[in-house]
Design a binder for this molecule. Structure first.
Ligand code: UD1
Length: 355
């Protein structure tokens, strides 16, 4: 069976790495396509090295652009590749523009598509990722879900049970594998107690007012705790465009996977608007404050350590105080977040009628 994987942006690399490995261990032909949605060394190459992802067979080099042009560019450049390589199954990951673009191309060519991390819903159609999730699920034949919530979402949309395969969380597979190495990294001069921040959602960083109010709350927190903030290129651009002050924050360039994992394990709290980080902090038992009004990963709130603080900056500050006073949320690890989701996926795919 020939499986082609499509990756494009930072979170895809973390999700695809264990799946590539699980399938490689069981034999079979694999092709890897990198769309080039993320292209900076520290947003892409460094993840390939640390996660031991093989060199892509194809790099489409699409780069940045508006949603329409980025999605269209992936489609145009991916179509000849998939026609040439004639895979039996194409696996797409998560909810980025590269995911939906590749799924659309394959569905028109009648090539089976598997969506890894299917069924997530924030029910917020203002999020570009929500559109990508809904469309990708609609046109994928195989839906690999991380937990019961996602199965339910898909069933509510009328998806046949036979298409839904609950395998667990592939992102946690990478975490489980690389946690020991991450913990062994040097401490690089940070104090015992610090708060780790990431922000990159357009709703938070593209609005001057929103970004300003978040940074003001963080600057205030900077008076009593060290704030470590690896800055996404989009966010860095906006901070400078809007002329916002960050003098009380410890800004870093985006950090590689292992270094970021190390920071998460040591952080007293994580403040984020990322989806994957809500899951990683839940697994690690680190309190997480999510600067969003909703989440497509409700299990991290119901079972894990995540708390949604939305756009209420007072709530952000008071929840942070609670955590620093030792009253942070306790959680547990959801079922099937055990480091073996990719093994389950590989067994399902390789014993299917396609192979
Ligand atoms: C994308 C995903 C988002 C995911 C995030 C992880 C979509 C719709 N969004 O958002 O779901 O959480 O990746 O990071 O697919 N840039 C660089 N270097 C790079 C990549 C991007 O400088 O290597 C800059 C460019 O100015 C670009 C901007 O970042 O315009 C945004 O990049 P883009 O890939 O469009 O979306 P992300 O915000 O990274």
């Amino acid at each position: 069976m020939h499986i082609l994987h499509v990756v494009g942006a930072r979170p895809n690399f973390v999700k695809a790495a264990p799946v590539l490995r699980a399938l490689r261990l069981r034999g079979g032909r694999q092709t890897l396509v990198h769309t080039g949605q993320h292209y900076d060394r520290n947003m892409s190459d460094v993840f390939f090295t640390q996660l031991e992802i093989p060199e892509p067979d194809y790099n489409l080099g699409v780069g940045s652009g508006s949603h329409a042009s980025q999605t269209a560019e992936v489609m145009k450049r991916f179509e000849p590749v998939v026609l040439e390589s004639k895979p039996d199954l194409v696996l797409v990951y998560g909810d980025v523009n590269s995911t939906v673009a590749a799924a659309l191309v394959c569905s028109k060519l009648l090539i089976p598509v598997g969506h890894v991390e299917a069924g997530l819903r924030s029910f917020d159609r203002t999020m570009p990722e929500e559109i990508n999730r809904v469309v990708t699920d609609r046109i994928s034949g195989w839906l690999f879900t991380p937990s019961e919530d996602e199965d339910r979402n898909l069933q509510n949309e009328g998806v046949a049970a036979a298409r839904i395969h609950r395998i667990g969380n592939v992102m946690i597979d990478s975490l489980v594998q690389l946690l020991p190495a991450a913990k062994n990294l040097p401490k690089n001069g940070l104090p015992e107690k610090f708060i780790l921040v990431t922000l990159h959602r357009p709703s938070n960083v593209d609005s001057n007012e929103n970004l300003r109010s978040i940074l003001t709350a963080l600057q205030q927190a900077g008076d009593y705790a060290r704030i470590v903030f690896p800055v996404h290129p989009r966010t860095r651009q906006r901070i400078s465009e809007f002329g916002l002050s960050t003098d009380k924050l410890h800004l870093l360039d985006p950090v590689p996977y292992l270094e970021f994992l190390n920071l998460q394990t040591r952080a007293a709290a994580v403040i984020t608007d990322s989806g994957g980080i809500q899951e990683e902090t839940t697994f690690l038992g680190v309190p997480c404050l999510t600067v969003r009004n909703n989440t497509e990963r409700p299990i991290t709130v119901d079972v894990g350590t995540n708390c949604l603080v939305g756009d209420d900056r007072n709530l952000l500050t008071s929840e942070l105080q609670k955590i620093l006073n030792g009253q942070g949320k306790q959680g547990s690890v959801p079922p099937l977040w055990d480091g073996h989701a990719s093994d389950r996926l590989a067994e399902i795919v390789l014993t299917s009628s396609l192979s």
